[in-house]
Design a protein. Structure first.
Length: 177
């Protein structure tokens, strides 16, 4: 199971990257850190700088065909930066076009909105995205994890760091781990 984790150079909520990453590794999967720039990404804990992580592959050199699934960690700045990067948006959209599962937590659905893949779907997120998701044609629910199996691909969403255990369990099951 090859899983891409798409993260901007700054602003990812560290625990929303590290816990799902560990879950993939523990399930025997192969995670890859994909970013919009080479080098390292800076993680945060709320607004405080946390650790840095090396980028494995630049998004402009990657495609959905290279992976079995995609995880989009949150944090406020991370998806805000990703949604303004054409290669990142195309990368995300490619997973939906290929019918591959995608998991997104917290603010990550902002990138999904930009990729125009939420219309007609039911999902959850950090509560402040509720109106954005509704305006993009999605149905928003306040649930720990929401799995939407609408075609063309399965979308697993979650609200916040407190939901990480349930989120990881759900996406691993949907990823076939």
């Amino acid at each position: 199971m090859r899983v891409a984790f798409l993260v901007a150079p700054e602003g990812v909520e560290q625990v929303e990257l590290t816990e799902p990453w560990r879950a993939v590794v523990d399930a025997g999967g192969e995670p890859t850190l994909v970013s919009t720039a080479e080098g390292e990404i800076q993680a945060f804990h709320h607004l405080d700088k946390a650790d840095t992580f090396p980028v494995d592959r630049k998004v402009s050199q990657a495609g959905a065909a290279d992976y079995d699934a995609l995880v989009l960690p949150g944090g406020v700045a991370n998806p805000d930066a990703l949604r303004t990067d054409g290669a990142a948006v195309a990368f995300v959209k490619g997973f939906f076009q290929a019918g591959k599962p995608v998991a997104a937590i917290c603010h990550a659905p902002w990138t999904l909105i930009e990729a125009d893949v939420v219309r007609g779907r039911t999902l959850t997120s950090w509560p402040s995205l509720r109106t954005d998701l509704r305006n993009a044609g999605a149905t928003w629910v306040d649930e720990q994890v929401k799995i939407c199996t609408a075609a063309p691909s399965t979308l697993i969403t979650s609200r916040k760091p407190d939901d990480l255990s349930a989120f990881s369990h759900a996406f691993l099951k949907e990823f076939g781990a």
